[in-house]
Design a protein around this ligand. Structure first.
Ligand code: FAD
Length: 493
């Protein structure tokens, strides 16, 4: 993705749709529109995936928790949502198997009496996945649990093991954008919108690229607003009299070493004492522990607070054999859930479903979750085509492969260390060899597999501009080890 070329092609472009926001929703809409053959461009005022979409728990999931809520409240629409997400889980794994894979999840049970309840629930979860199931729910014994998850306390007579998916959220999103650009879509990060003016053909939009400060304009028939937590800002920029529809709920994670929390499976604690879900998930070299769920103000770079960190440590310690403390925290990250405001006071109960709002040739796509980006985009583009009177074109994203799509277990790359080979294959898939050709194979840190060539690749092929773009959303360094991240940031800045 050559930024100079993208800027040139967006200048004075006449588009069917301009998508604002390059997170999961915007990238999904771009990929859907480009593969249907529409003329489409996307801009983000920051880096692609710098909002919520790089700060998720990184699960590709149907939502076991929503299934429980659906059954308890006999909510048919929520059940359909779980069914849809389970279908999309398999689609994402097929689309980029190097970036999204099945992960085994374990829930330890304090009493054998809890098993029939969970068995019924997870049996339903498996049944809803149907032929797209990625593994059957089973029980594991006390001894098996102790062997596979020695981090946990040893007083669980039984545990239940089920399957969900896991992915690299930011890299998946960037692969979606690159695939869309290969199909004729346009995408530019670090590009501010100066004004949006309604005219008889749709909208005239004035923009400015952040680094060159080049100002330009384009014409589009319709706008697709995918700005997540910032949804209301764009709606109000077009029409200041519009009412806000969004609330934001903050979700923090802490990252610890598997030496301190050794786990072979991800652990799901369905209910903490205050009714939240707690995850402990192996991800790349570390263990992610999350998440909080609190109403938080809008912020471009939300950070886990001391209270968030204390809360996560204290909840995790209720389940851990060897308690962890602040010194064990290698990194933290926090994202804002874009939630539709239904005037409920508890964020856990606000709908996680997506919503589409059509207002005067501007379609707002918001809510939902990462896992359902594809069906959200399909729904949005069906409605967007009607909004601007374009012929309906079929959606083809459910059989698409993203750039680099390959089995991560394909043959190791010869003549480099095994950990570097695995690292490159998992992140770049079939493009791993090309990454090696982009620069030096020297390690950035002795004990991590990042290599220098990844910097050049991130800038040349993945539209990274700033050190943060490279380190946070291409190399994912801040999510693995904040000390290493700060060191690398100092070198690059
Ligand atoms: C803590 C947490 C954990 C989660 N875990 C999971 C999970 O495990 N699995 C799952 O499926 N879902 C999960 N989700 C939900 C999922 O991450 C979100 O639903 C999804 O990322 C939202 O994507 P988005 O594109 O709508 O918003 P964002 O990713 O926030 O993207 C919005 C983009 O718009 C841009 N933008 C804003 N204003 C402007 C403007 N004026 N001009 C141009 N660009 C603009 C921003 O820079 C940003 O890049 C989680 C969410 C949170 C917060």
């Amino acid at each position: 993705m050559d930024r100079t070329q993208q800027l040139q092609r967006l200048t004075d472009a006449e588009l069917d749709f301009l998508i604002i926001g390059g997170g999961a929703s915007g990238a999904g809409a771009l990929l859907d529109a480009a593969t249907r053959g529409y003329k489409v461009g996307l801009v983000d005022r920051q880096d692609f995936m710098s909002g919520t979409s790089s700060r998720s728990t990184k699960l590709v999931h149907g939502g076991v928790r929503y299934l429980e809520q659906a059954v308890k409240t006999l909510d048919w629409s929520m059940l359909q949502l779980v069914h849809e997400a389970l279908r999309e889980r398999q689609t994402m794994i097929n689309m980029a198997p190097h970036l999204a894979q099945p992960i085994s999840m374990v829930t330890p049970l304090k009493s054998r009496w809890q098993w029939p309840y969970l068995r019924t629930g997870l049996g339903m979860y498996d049944a809803l996945a149907g032929k797209r199931s990625i593994g059957k729910t089973t029980t594991i014994s006390e001894a098996q649990l102790q062997a596979s998850c020695p981090a946990l306390k040893q007083n669980f007579p039984i545990a239940v093991k089920y399957w969900d998916g896991q992915f690299d959220d930011a890299r998946f999103g960037i692969a979606m954008l690159r695939t869309a650009v290969n199909k004729g879509g346009l995408a530019l990060n670090h590009c501010n919108i100066l004004s949006i003016k309604r005219n008889q053909h749709g909208y005239r939009v004035s923009l400015q690229e952040r680094f060159s400060e080049k100002k330009f304009a384009l014409q589009c028939k319709g706008i697709i607003n995918c700005t997540g937590p910032w949804t209301d800002e764009i709606r109000e920029q077009v029409r200041p009299d519009r009412h806000g529809i969004m609330k934001t709920s903050g979700g923090a994670h802490i990252v610890v070493s598997p030496k301190r929390v050794p786990l072979q499976h991800a652990v799901l604690i369905p209910k903490t004492e205050d009714g939240r879900v707690l995850f402990m998930i192996p991800w790349y070299q570390q263990i992610l522990i999350g998440t909080t769920d609190t109403l938080d103000p809008l912020s471009d770079n939300p950070q886990a607070s001391d209270d968030d960190i204390k809360y996560l440590i204290s909840e995790a310690n209720k389940w851990l054999q060897q308690p962890i403390n602040e010194k064990d925290v290698l990194a933290t990250f926090k994202g804002l859930r874009p939630l539709l405001d239904d005037l409920s006071s508890s964020t856990a109960k606000i709908s996680r479903d997506h919503q589409i709002l059509v207002e005067d040739r501007m379609l707002t796509l918001t809510g939902g979750k990462w896992t359902t980006w594809r069906s959200m985009a399909e729904d949005a583009l069906n409605q967007a085509a009607k909004m601007v009177d374009l012929p309906a074109m079929p959606c083809i994203t459910d059989t698409l492969k993203l750039v680099g799509a390959t089995d991560p277990n394909t043959a190791p790359i010869p003549d480099i260390d095994t950990d570097i080979s695995n690292h490159l294959r998992q992140r770049y898939g079939s493009e791993a060899e090309l990454v090696l050709q982009a620069g030096s194979h020297k390690r950035l840190f002795e004990h991590y597999p990042w290599i220098e060539a990844e910097f050049a690749w991130a800038m040349e092929k993945e539209a990274a501009v700033t050190p943060e773009d490279i380190l946070e959303r291409r190399l994912r360094m801040n999510t693995v080890d904040s000390k290493a991240y700060m060191e690398a940031l100092n070198i690059l800045s």
